[in-house]
Design a protein around this ligand. Structure first.
Ligand code: FES
Length: 177
């Protein structure tokens, strides 16, 4: 290579390097929303305190989330409902959490008229207060949700629940991605 060719080669290499330096942040900026963790429905969230619940009287709590796709955030909206049921003192867990989404076809489950269980108004699935099935319309019992360990002696203990949604119409409880 003569001197002129070396110079051309050096200029081209320098141009490529500058282009690369400029391109990397741009590409990183464009990709960052895709790489960021989505508003995640797998985190524990505080729904109530132990003292807010009365044994055998379910209370429902809305799950509010800010929806986000790759580049756009949307205002926080309800994405689900959780029933919390305070358990008797001798129960292994002081509180159970049940998704209000019916495992049959996703209608919203309510407390039954007599308050002794749950009812899905769409096709009359009945469930016990612990979420197990009374009739066999729904393919499985209500979906239980994970609750962080609670000190049962502390009425101020926070009830923290990991909200998740599950596939409907299946006997097996299959988490949605
Ligand atoms: S959606 Fe609940 S019983 Fe059908």
């Amino acid at each position: 290579m003569n001197r002129r060719q070396w110079f051309q080669f050096g200029a081209a290499a320098m141009g490529a390097l500058i282009g690369l330096v400029l391109a990397v942040p741009g590409v990183a900026y464009l990709l960052s929303p895709l790489l960021k963790r989505r508003t995640d429905d797998s985190d524990f969230r505080t729904l109530a305190r132990l003292g807010d619940l009365v044994e055998g009287q379910p209370r429902s709590f809305s799950i509010i989330e800010e929806q986000r796709d790759a580049w756009v955030s949307y205002p926080a909206t309800p994405v689900g409902t959780v029933w919390l049921v305070r358990q008797p003192p001798d129960a292994p867990e002081p509180v159970i959490a049940l998704s209000a989404e019916c495992p049959h076809l996703a209608c919203k489950i309510k407390v039954s008229g007599d308050g002794k269980g749950f009812l899905c108004p769409c096709h009359a699935s009945f469930f016990e207060l612990n979420g197990s099935r009374v009739n066999r319309i729904s393919p499985r019992g209500m979906d239980t949700l994970e609750v962080e360990p609670i000190d049962p002696t502390n009425p101020d203990a926070e009830i923290r629940v990991k909200f998740h949604r599950f596939r409907t119409g299946t006997e097996e409880k299959i988490p949605l991605a």
